[in-house]
Design a protein around this ligand. Structure first.
Ligand code: UGA
Length: 435
Protein backbone atom coordinates (compact mmCIF):
# COMPACT_ATOMS: atom_id res chain seq x y z
CA UNK A 1 0.00 0.00 0.00
CA UNK A 2 1.09 3.57 -0.65
CA UNK A 3 0.28 5.83 2.26
CA UNK A 4 0.42 9.61 2.68
CA UNK A 5 0.50 10.72 6.32
CA UNK A 6 -0.47 14.38 6.71
CA UNK A 7 1.04 15.83 9.89
CA UNK A 8 4.22 14.66 11.60
CA UNK A 9 3.23 15.21 15.23
CA UNK A 10 3.13 12.35 17.73
CA UNK A 11 0.40 10.36 16.06
CA UNK A 12 1.50 11.02 12.47
CA UNK A 13 5.16 10.25 12.97
CA UNK A 14 4.65 7.13 15.06
CA UNK A 15 1.88 5.78 12.79
CA UNK A 16 3.87 6.59 9.63
CA UNK A 17 6.99 4.85 10.92
CA UNK A 18 5.01 1.80 12.09
CA UNK A 19 3.09 1.49 8.79
CA UNK A 20 6.43 1.61 6.94
CA UNK A 21 7.71 -1.05 9.29
CA UNK A 22 4.70 -3.22 8.33
CA UNK A 23 6.02 -3.06 4.74
CA UNK A 24 3.97 -0.19 3.27
CA UNK A 25 5.41 2.80 1.41
CA UNK A 26 4.83 5.90 3.49
CA UNK A 27 5.42 9.59 2.86
CA UNK A 28 5.01 11.79 5.93
CA UNK A 29 4.07 15.35 5.01
CA UNK A 30 4.23 18.49 7.12
CA UNK A 31 4.01 22.23 6.45
CA UNK A 32 6.76 22.95 8.97
CA UNK A 33 9.96 23.01 6.93
CA UNK A 34 12.10 23.00 10.09
CA UNK A 35 10.52 19.70 11.11
CA UNK A 36 10.84 18.11 7.68
CA UNK A 37 14.47 19.28 7.34
CA UNK A 38 15.26 17.80 10.75
CA UNK A 39 13.59 14.50 9.84
CA UNK A 40 15.48 14.38 6.55
CA UNK A 41 18.70 14.83 8.55
CA UNK A 42 17.63 11.89 10.72
CA UNK A 43 16.67 13.99 13.75
CA UNK A 44 13.44 13.13 15.56
CA UNK A 45 11.60 16.23 16.81
CA UNK A 46 9.99 14.45 19.79
CA UNK A 47 11.36 12.23 22.55
CA UNK A 48 9.80 8.80 22.19
CA UNK A 49 11.72 5.65 23.14
CA UNK A 50 12.62 3.53 20.09
CA UNK A 51 11.28 5.97 17.50
CA UNK A 52 14.68 7.14 16.23
CA UNK A 53 15.80 3.58 15.43
CA UNK A 54 12.45 2.70 13.83
CA UNK A 55 12.53 5.81 11.62
CA UNK A 56 16.17 5.27 10.67
CA UNK A 57 15.74 1.65 9.62
CA UNK A 58 12.64 2.36 7.54
CA UNK A 59 14.19 5.39 5.87
CA UNK A 60 17.18 3.22 5.02
CA UNK A 61 14.95 0.56 3.49
CA UNK A 62 13.34 3.23 1.30
CA UNK A 63 9.84 2.68 2.65
CA UNK A 64 9.63 5.88 4.72
CA UNK A 65 10.12 9.39 3.38
CA UNK A 66 9.43 12.96 4.49
CA UNK A 67 8.22 15.81 2.35
CA UNK A 68 6.78 19.32 2.33
CA UNK A 69 4.92 18.45 -0.88
CA UNK A 70 1.43 17.24 -0.02
CA UNK A 71 0.27 17.14 -3.63
CA UNK A 72 2.85 14.62 -4.80
CA UNK A 73 2.29 12.35 -1.79
CA UNK A 74 -1.51 12.40 -2.19
CA UNK A 75 -1.49 11.88 -5.97
CA UNK A 76 0.20 8.51 -5.66
CA UNK A 77 -1.44 7.30 -2.43
CA UNK A 78 -3.97 4.50 -1.91
CA UNK A 79 -4.70 5.89 1.54
CA UNK A 80 -4.25 9.39 2.98
CA UNK A 81 -4.24 9.72 6.77
CA UNK A 82 -5.03 13.08 8.34
CA UNK A 83 -2.98 13.28 11.55
CA UNK A 84 -2.79 17.05 12.09
CA UNK A 85 -3.33 18.74 15.45
CA UNK A 86 -6.77 19.44 16.92
CA UNK A 87 -5.87 21.74 19.83
CA UNK A 88 -8.40 23.28 22.21
CA UNK A 89 -9.84 26.38 20.60
CA UNK A 90 -9.01 29.48 22.62
CA UNK A 91 -11.98 30.76 24.56
CA UNK A 92 -14.52 27.95 24.31
CA UNK A 93 -12.75 24.59 24.69
CA UNK A 94 -14.09 23.18 21.41
CA UNK A 95 -11.59 21.25 19.30
CA UNK A 96 -10.04 23.59 16.72
CA UNK A 97 -10.61 21.86 13.38
CA UNK A 98 -9.00 24.45 11.14
CA UNK A 99 -5.96 22.24 10.41
CA UNK A 100 -8.19 19.25 9.58
CA UNK A 101 -10.36 21.32 7.25
CA UNK A 102 -7.32 22.87 5.55
CA UNK A 103 -5.80 19.42 5.03
CA UNK A 104 -9.09 18.17 3.51
CA UNK A 105 -9.13 21.06 1.03
CA UNK A 106 -5.54 20.44 -0.02
CA UNK A 107 -6.06 16.71 -0.31
CA UNK A 108 -9.18 17.25 -2.46
CA UNK A 109 -7.29 19.10 -5.12
CA UNK A 110 -4.79 16.28 -5.54
CA UNK A 111 -6.93 13.13 -5.57
CA UNK A 112 -6.49 10.94 -8.65
CA UNK A 113 -7.66 7.29 -8.62
CA UNK A 114 -9.80 5.83 -5.83
CA UNK A 115 -8.35 7.01 -2.52
CA UNK A 116 -9.36 6.43 1.07
CA UNK A 117 -9.02 9.51 3.27
CA UNK A 118 -8.81 8.55 6.91
CA UNK A 119 -8.90 10.83 9.96
CA UNK A 120 -6.51 9.67 12.65
CA UNK A 121 -6.51 12.97 14.50
CA UNK A 122 -8.90 13.01 17.45
CA UNK A 123 -11.92 14.79 16.00
CA UNK A 124 -15.43 15.48 17.30
CA UNK A 125 -18.38 13.46 16.06
CA UNK A 126 -19.38 14.60 12.61
CA UNK A 127 -15.94 15.73 11.46
CA UNK A 128 -15.76 12.88 8.93
CA UNK A 129 -18.95 14.32 7.39
CA UNK A 130 -17.26 17.77 7.19
CA UNK A 131 -14.16 16.27 5.56
CA UNK A 132 -16.29 14.43 3.00
CA UNK A 133 -18.31 17.56 2.22
CA UNK A 134 -15.17 19.71 1.86
CA UNK A 135 -13.60 17.21 -0.51
CA UNK A 136 -16.75 16.73 -2.60
CA UNK A 137 -17.28 20.50 -2.88
CA UNK A 138 -13.70 21.16 -3.90
CA UNK A 139 -13.47 18.22 -6.28
CA UNK A 140 -16.89 16.82 -7.26
CA UNK A 141 -15.34 14.18 -9.51
CA UNK A 142 -13.11 12.71 -6.81
CA UNK A 143 -13.42 8.95 -6.30
CA UNK A 144 -12.97 8.98 -2.54
CA UNK A 145 -14.18 7.33 0.66
CA UNK A 146 -13.73 9.10 4.01
CA UNK A 147 -13.18 6.91 7.08
CA UNK A 148 -12.33 7.35 10.75
CA UNK A 149 -9.55 5.36 12.38
CA UNK A 150 -8.82 6.81 15.83
CA UNK A 151 -5.49 6.13 17.49
CA UNK A 152 -5.12 4.91 21.07
CA UNK A 153 -1.35 5.11 21.60
CA UNK A 154 0.17 6.54 24.77
CA UNK A 155 3.19 8.81 24.72
CA UNK A 156 6.26 7.05 26.05
CA UNK A 157 4.89 3.66 24.97
CA UNK A 158 3.71 4.71 21.52
CA UNK A 159 5.40 2.09 19.36
CA UNK A 160 4.40 -0.80 21.58
CA UNK A 161 0.82 0.50 21.76
CA UNK A 162 0.69 0.91 17.98
CA UNK A 163 2.03 -2.55 17.28
CA UNK A 164 0.11 -4.35 20.02
CA UNK A 165 -3.20 -2.53 20.24
CA UNK A 166 -6.11 -3.77 22.32
CA UNK A 167 -8.26 -3.08 19.25
CA UNK A 168 -8.30 -1.25 15.94
CA UNK A 169 -11.41 0.83 15.33
CA UNK A 170 -12.41 1.55 11.72
CA UNK A 171 -15.41 3.75 11.05
CA UNK A 172 -16.78 3.53 7.50
CA UNK A 173 -19.71 1.99 5.63
CA UNK A 174 -17.74 1.88 2.38
CA UNK A 175 -16.69 -1.64 1.35
CA UNK A 176 -13.71 -0.49 -0.73
CA UNK A 177 -12.43 1.60 2.18
CA UNK A 178 -12.71 -1.39 4.50
CA UNK A 179 -10.68 -3.49 2.11
CA UNK A 180 -7.89 -0.89 1.89
CA UNK A 181 -7.76 -0.29 5.65
CA UNK A 182 -7.82 -3.98 6.50
CA UNK A 183 -4.92 -4.49 4.09
CA UNK A 184 -2.99 -1.71 5.85
CA UNK A 185 -3.52 -3.33 9.27
CA UNK A 186 -3.08 -6.92 8.08
CA UNK A 187 0.16 -7.50 10.04
CA UNK A 188 -1.69 -6.56 13.24
CA UNK A 189 -4.71 -8.74 12.92
CA UNK A 190 -2.45 -11.59 11.93
CA UNK A 191 -1.14 -10.91 15.45
CA UNK A 192 -4.75 -11.22 16.66
CA UNK A 193 -5.51 -7.58 17.36
CA UNK A 194 -9.29 -7.33 16.94
CA UNK A 195 -10.45 -4.98 14.19
CA UNK A 196 -13.81 -3.43 14.90
CA UNK A 197 -15.76 -2.01 11.96
CA UNK A 198 -18.40 0.52 12.77
CA UNK A 199 -20.07 3.65 11.48
CA UNK A 200 -17.91 6.74 11.08
CA UNK A 201 -19.64 8.81 13.76
CA UNK A 202 -19.48 5.89 16.15
CA UNK A 203 -15.72 5.51 15.65
CA UNK A 204 -15.27 9.23 16.35
CA UNK A 205 -17.28 8.95 19.55
CA UNK A 206 -15.42 5.80 20.67
CA UNK A 207 -12.18 7.78 20.83
CA UNK A 208 -13.62 10.53 23.05
CA UNK A 209 -15.58 8.11 25.21
CA UNK A 210 -12.43 6.03 25.81
CA UNK A 211 -10.33 9.02 26.85
CA UNK A 212 -13.12 10.47 29.00
CA UNK A 213 -13.66 7.13 30.72
CA UNK A 214 -9.95 6.76 31.50
CA UNK A 215 -9.80 10.35 32.78
CA UNK A 216 -12.82 9.56 34.94
CA UNK A 217 -11.15 6.47 36.39
CA UNK A 218 -8.08 8.50 37.36
CA UNK A 219 -10.16 11.29 38.86
CA UNK A 220 -12.30 8.81 40.78
CA UNK A 221 -9.27 7.19 42.42
CA UNK A 222 -7.80 10.62 43.16
CA UNK A 223 -10.90 11.55 45.16
CA UNK A 224 -10.85 8.16 46.89
CA UNK A 225 -7.20 8.94 47.74
CA UNK A 226 -8.25 12.14 49.50
CA UNK A 227 -10.81 10.19 51.49
CA UNK A 228 -8.29 7.45 52.28
CA UNK A 229 -5.89 10.05 53.67
CA UNK A 230 -8.51 11.43 56.02
CA UNK A 231 -9.82 8.05 57.13
CA UNK A 232 -6.56 6.19 57.66
CA UNK A 233 -6.94 3.88 54.63
CA UNK A 234 -4.42 3.10 51.90
CA UNK A 235 -5.49 4.04 48.36
CA UNK A 236 -2.96 1.69 46.75
CA UNK A 237 -4.66 -1.26 48.42
CA UNK A 238 -8.11 0.12 47.64
CA UNK A 239 -7.10 0.36 43.95
CA UNK A 240 -5.80 -3.19 44.00
CA UNK A 241 -8.85 -4.42 45.85
CA UNK A 242 -11.29 -2.94 43.36
CA UNK A 243 -9.06 -3.49 40.31
CA UNK A 244 -9.04 -7.26 40.83
CA UNK A 245 -12.72 -7.16 39.96
CA UNK A 246 -12.69 -7.82 36.20
CA UNK A 247 -15.62 -5.50 35.73
CA UNK A 248 -13.46 -2.62 37.01
CA UNK A 249 -9.94 -3.58 35.88
CA UNK A 250 -6.63 -2.69 37.51
CA UNK A 251 -5.32 -0.06 35.10
CA UNK A 252 -5.57 3.72 35.38
CA UNK A 253 -6.24 3.55 39.10
CA UNK A 254 -2.97 5.11 40.14
CA UNK A 255 -3.63 8.16 42.33
CA UNK A 256 -1.47 11.22 41.70
CA UNK A 257 -1.41 14.96 41.11
CA UNK A 258 -4.19 14.84 38.47
CA UNK A 259 -4.03 13.96 34.80
CA UNK A 260 -2.36 16.16 32.20
CA UNK A 261 -0.93 15.81 28.73
CA UNK A 262 -1.91 16.61 25.20
CA UNK A 263 -5.03 14.43 25.15
CA UNK A 264 -7.11 13.93 28.30
CA UNK A 265 -7.58 17.62 29.24
CA UNK A 266 -8.30 18.75 25.68
CA UNK A 267 -10.47 15.77 24.75
CA UNK A 268 -12.60 15.87 27.90
CA UNK A 269 -13.17 19.60 27.34
CA UNK A 270 -14.17 19.00 23.71
CA UNK A 271 -16.51 16.15 24.64
CA UNK A 272 -18.23 18.33 27.23
CA UNK A 273 -18.76 20.96 24.53
CA UNK A 274 -20.19 18.40 22.09
CA UNK A 275 -22.56 17.19 24.81
CA UNK A 276 -23.75 20.75 25.41
CA UNK A 277 -24.17 21.38 21.67
CA UNK A 278 -26.38 18.32 21.28
CA UNK A 279 -28.32 18.98 24.49
CA UNK A 280 -26.99 15.75 25.99
CA UNK A 281 -24.87 17.12 28.84
CA UNK A 282 -22.06 14.89 30.14
CA UNK A 283 -22.27 15.84 33.80
CA UNK A 284 -19.81 13.22 34.98
CA UNK A 285 -17.16 14.41 32.55
CA UNK A 286 -17.86 18.03 33.52
CA UNK A 287 -17.22 17.10 37.16
CA UNK A 288 -14.02 15.26 36.18
CA UNK A 289 -12.66 18.42 34.56
CA UNK A 290 -13.44 20.60 37.58
CA UNK A 291 -12.07 18.12 40.11
CA UNK A 292 -8.91 17.60 38.08
CA UNK A 293 -8.28 21.34 37.65
CA UNK A 294 -8.68 22.00 41.37
CA UNK A 295 -6.41 19.12 42.27
CA UNK A 296 -3.20 20.67 41.03
CA UNK A 297 -3.52 23.66 43.36
CA UNK A 298 -4.57 21.35 46.16
CA UNK A 299 -1.23 19.57 45.68
CA UNK A 300 0.56 22.88 46.33
CA UNK A 301 -1.39 23.22 49.60
CA UNK A 302 -0.28 19.70 50.48
CA UNK A 303 3.35 20.78 50.08
CA UNK A 304 2.68 23.84 52.19
CA UNK A 305 1.06 21.71 54.92
CA UNK A 306 4.12 19.42 54.97
CA UNK A 307 6.18 22.51 55.80
CA UNK A 308 3.90 23.69 58.59
CA UNK A 309 1.50 25.74 56.46
CA UNK A 310 3.81 28.52 55.32
CA UNK A 311 5.95 28.59 52.17
CA UNK A 312 7.25 32.16 52.50
CA UNK A 313 11.02 32.13 52.25
CA UNK A 314 11.06 28.36 51.62
CA UNK A 315 12.84 26.58 48.78
CA UNK A 316 11.01 23.71 47.12
CA UNK A 317 12.79 21.22 44.86
CA UNK A 318 10.59 19.66 42.16
CA UNK A 319 11.57 16.33 40.62
CA UNK A 320 9.91 15.73 37.25
CA UNK A 321 8.21 18.36 35.08
CA UNK A 322 6.76 16.50 32.09
CA UNK A 323 3.15 15.25 32.36
CA UNK A 324 4.42 11.67 32.53
CA UNK A 325 7.77 9.86 32.22
CA UNK A 326 9.48 8.94 28.93
CA UNK A 327 8.34 12.04 27.11
CA UNK A 328 9.56 15.62 26.80
CA UNK A 329 5.96 16.78 26.46
CA UNK A 330 4.98 19.61 28.81
CA UNK A 331 1.46 20.12 27.43
CA UNK A 332 -0.94 20.63 30.35
CA UNK A 333 1.61 19.06 32.70
CA UNK A 334 0.39 19.14 36.34
CA UNK A 335 3.81 20.58 37.26
CA UNK A 336 2.88 23.92 35.67
CA UNK A 337 -0.13 24.92 37.83
CA UNK A 338 1.49 23.22 40.81
CA UNK A 339 4.70 25.23 40.56
CA UNK A 340 2.80 28.44 39.85
CA UNK A 341 0.73 27.82 42.99
CA UNK A 342 3.89 27.13 45.04
CA UNK A 343 5.31 30.43 43.84
CA UNK A 344 2.04 32.24 44.63
CA UNK A 345 2.32 30.84 48.16
CA UNK A 346 5.77 32.43 48.45
CA UNK A 347 8.14 29.54 47.65
CA UNK A 348 11.27 29.66 45.54
CA UNK A 349 11.29 26.69 43.17
CA UNK A 350 14.19 24.70 41.74
CA UNK A 351 13.53 21.75 39.46
CA UNK A 352 15.04 18.89 37.54
CA UNK A 353 13.62 16.73 34.74
CA UNK A 354 15.65 14.17 32.76
CA UNK A 355 14.45 15.32 29.30
CA UNK A 356 11.75 17.97 29.68
CA UNK A 357 13.69 21.00 30.85
CA UNK A 358 14.12 22.60 27.45
CA UNK A 359 10.36 22.50 26.83
CA UNK A 360 9.67 23.50 30.43
CA UNK A 361 11.64 26.74 30.15
CA UNK A 362 8.91 28.19 27.87
CA UNK A 363 6.18 27.46 30.43
CA UNK A 364 8.13 28.06 33.63
CA UNK A 365 10.73 30.75 32.91
CA UNK A 366 11.28 31.90 36.50
CA UNK A 367 12.44 28.77 38.30
CA UNK A 368 15.98 27.46 38.69
CA UNK A 369 16.81 24.43 36.54
CA UNK A 370 19.20 21.93 38.14
CA UNK A 371 21.65 19.45 36.63
CA UNK A 372 20.37 16.39 38.46
CA UNK A 373 18.11 15.19 41.27
CA UNK A 374 20.76 15.81 43.96
CA UNK A 375 21.36 19.38 42.84
CA UNK A 376 17.58 19.82 43.01
CA UNK A 377 17.59 18.59 46.61
CA UNK A 378 20.42 20.90 47.62
CA UNK A 379 19.26 23.56 50.08
CA UNK A 380 15.60 22.57 49.65
CA UNK A 381 13.12 22.69 52.51
CA UNK A 382 10.99 20.11 50.69
CA UNK A 383 11.49 17.86 47.69
CA UNK A 384 8.36 17.13 45.65
CA UNK A 385 8.20 14.16 43.27
CA UNK A 386 5.83 15.19 40.47
CA UNK A 387 6.71 12.80 37.61
CA UNK A 388 7.64 9.16 38.21
CA UNK A 389 10.79 8.92 36.06
CA UNK A 390 12.60 5.60 36.67
CA UNK A 391 15.71 7.39 37.89
CA UNK A 392 13.77 8.91 40.81
CA UNK A 393 12.72 5.48 42.10
CA UNK A 394 16.12 4.57 43.53
CA UNK A 395 17.61 7.82 44.81
CA UNK A 396 20.50 7.61 47.26
CA UNK A 397 18.39 8.75 50.20
CA UNK A 398 21.31 9.42 52.52
CA UNK A 399 22.80 11.79 49.98
CA UNK A 400 19.46 13.49 49.38
CA UNK A 401 18.97 14.00 53.11
CA UNK A 402 22.41 15.36 53.60
CA UNK A 403 21.92 17.95 50.84
CA UNK A 404 18.49 19.17 51.91
CA UNK A 405 17.89 21.96 54.39
CA UNK A 406 15.05 19.97 55.95
CA UNK A 407 14.38 16.29 55.24
CA UNK A 408 10.83 16.62 53.86
CA UNK A 409 9.66 14.65 50.83
CA UNK A 410 6.24 14.99 49.20
CA UNK A 411 5.81 12.08 46.82
CA UNK A 412 2.86 12.79 44.52
CA UNK A 413 3.33 9.49 42.63
CA UNK A 414 3.70 7.09 45.57
CA UNK A 415 6.98 5.67 44.28
CA UNK A 416 8.42 5.15 47.79
CA UNK A 417 7.14 3.21 50.79
CA UNK A 418 6.37 5.27 53.89
CA UNK A 419 8.31 2.83 56.14
CA UNK A 420 11.54 3.10 54.13
CA UNK A 421 11.31 6.89 54.10
CA UNK A 422 10.73 7.08 57.82
CA UNK A 423 13.65 4.73 58.39
CA UNK A 424 15.82 7.02 56.25
CA UNK A 425 14.86 9.91 58.52
CA UNK A 426 12.45 11.81 56.27
CA UNK A 427 9.15 13.45 56.98
CA UNK A 428 7.29 11.80 54.14
CA UNK A 429 3.91 12.69 52.60
CA UNK A 430 2.38 10.77 49.72
CA UNK A 431 -1.04 10.48 48.07
CA UNK A 432 -3.92 8.65 49.70
CA UNK A 433 -1.92 6.69 52.23
CA UNK A 434 -3.51 7.59 55.54
CA UNK A 435 -1.63 6.97 58.74
C1 UGA B 1 -3.78 8.96 26.52
C2 UGA B 1 -4.45 7.58 26.44
O1 UGA B 1 -3.95 6.71 27.48
C3 UGA B 1 -4.19 6.92 25.09
O2 UGA B 1 -4.93 5.70 24.98
C4 UGA B 1 -4.67 7.89 23.98
O3 UGA B 1 -4.40 7.37 22.69
C5 UGA B 1 -3.94 9.20 24.12
O4 UGA B 1 -4.23 9.75 25.42
C6 UGA B 1 -4.45 10.12 23.03
O5 UGA B 1 -5.65 10.42 23.01
O6 UGA B 1 -3.68 10.41 22.11
P1 UGA B 1 -1.27 9.80 27.06
O7 UGA B 1 -1.91 11.16 27.22
O8 UGA B 1 -0.06 9.68 26.21
O9 UGA B 1 -2.36 8.75 26.46
O10 UGA B 1 -0.83 9.28 28.50
P2 UGA B 1 -1.49 8.42 29.68
O11 UGA B 1 -0.54 7.34 30.01
O12 UGA B 1 -2.88 8.04 29.40
O13 UGA B 1 -1.45 9.47 30.89
C7 UGA B 1 -2.28 10.64 30.89
C8 UGA B 1 -2.24 11.33 32.24
O14 UGA B 1 -2.92 10.55 33.21
C9 UGA B 1 -0.82 11.54 32.79
O15 UGA B 1 -0.76 12.82 33.36
C10 UGA B 1 -0.68 10.45 33.82
O16 UGA B 1 0.24 10.75 34.83
C11 UGA B 1 -2.10 10.36 34.35
N1 UGA B 1 -2.41 9.04 34.97
C12 UGA B 1 -2.52 7.93 34.21
C13 UGA B 1 -2.64 8.97 36.34
O17 UGA B 1 -2.56 9.98 37.06
N2 UGA B 1 -2.97 7.76 36.90
C14 UGA B 1 -3.09 6.63 36.14
O18 UGA B 1 -3.42 5.57 36.73
C15 UGA B 1 -2.84 6.71 34.77
Amino acid sequence: MRIAMIGTGYVGLVSGACFADFGHNVICVDKDSGKIDALLRGEIPIFEPGLDALVASNVKSGRLGFSLDLSEAVKTADAVFIAVGTPSRRGDGHADLSYVHAAAREIAANLRDFTVVITKSTVPVGTGDDVERIIKEANPAADVAVASNPEFLREGAAIRDFKHPDRIVVGTDDERARTVISEIYRPLYLNQAPIMYTGRRTAELIKYAANAFLATKITFINEIADLAERTGADVQDVARGIGLDNRIGAKFLHAGPGFGGSCFPKDTRALVKTGQDYDAPLRIVEAVLTVNDNRKRAMARKVSAALGGNLRGKTVGVLGLTFKPNTDDMREAPSIPLITALQDLGATVQAYDPVGMEQARHELPDITYCDDAYACATGADALVIVTEWEQFRALDLAQVKQKMKQPVIVDLRNIYRPEEMEKAGFTYESVGRGK
